[in-house]
Design a protein around this ligand. Structure first.
Ligand code: HEC
Length: 136
């Protein structure tokens, strides 16, 4: 090998090794915790949460519906009751709010638990149900 090239190759190899070492260093527990920490901040008692944080903590029924439920409940996929369709919802609504909410939260036949919105609170699911059953 050309003697002139050798130092350059060594330099390139060394810098590759060092950058790999940086990646390995990032696997430390605190770096991993940083990456996997939940989105959002803890509210410490005694401090005032900002209005923006409160506003985003509860999504509206429509926002969640569009993202998680519409794929089945717009078209009636697999027998899902269609949004705003009084015929589809009539007998279901007559079971009572509590049963409807329980089925949506825990899942019911082909209806997946929480309609796949796993980070939805029970309250949010109820808001979505109210949005879905309102006649179009
Ligand atoms: C993968 C398709 C699918 C998704 C996504 C889905 N559903 Fe459903 N859902 C169904 C099906 C199918 C049924 C009918 C189940 C049955 O009666 O056997 C159903 C039924 C329901 C019922 C009626 C339960 C009852 O007691 O009659 C509610 C309420 C409901 N879904 C809410 C939701 C909400 C809220 C979401 C979104 C957060 C959602 N669903 C997302 C498929 C889906």
């Amino acid at each position: 090998m050309d003697l002139f090239l050798r130092p350059w190759l060594i330099a390139i190899c060394t810098s590759l090794c060092l950058s790999t070492a940086t990646i390995v260093a990032d696997m430390s527990a605190s770096a991993i915790n940083d990456r996997i920490k939940p989105i959002g901040n803890v509210h410490i008692e005694g401090t005032t949460p900002s209005v923006a944080a409160v506003a985003t903590s509860l999504r509206t029924g429509q926002v969640i519906y569009d993202q998680y439920c519409a794929s089945c409940h717009n078209s009636g996929l697999m027998g899902a009751p269609k949004k705003g369709d009084a015929n589809d919802w009539g007998t279901r609504i007559s079971q009572g709010d509590a049963v409807l909410a329980k089925h949506a939260i825990e899942g019911f036949n082909a209806m997946p638990a929480k309609g796949t919105c796993m980070d939805c609170s029970d309250e949010e699911i109820v808001a979505v149900i109210n949005y879905m059953i309102k006649p179009n």
